[in-house]
Design a protein. Sequence first.
Length: 69
Amino acid sequence: MDAVYLTLFVSTVLAVLGLVLFVFTHGQRTRDHNDRLALLPLDDPPPPPSAPPTAPPDLTDPTAGAQRR
């Protein structure tokens, strides 16, 4: 009969500990963080930065490309 009392005591302690931890994490609002970390490997990597666009040379200007002295 002592084993039954010990089993009831240990299971009650584990249940109370689980309830206390649940209330603590619910109060800290940290439950969403686990979902973000679990889904993080599924995110696409950011695209590489592109070079800024450059203006084409002005072909109507006869001095374009000529060096000044």
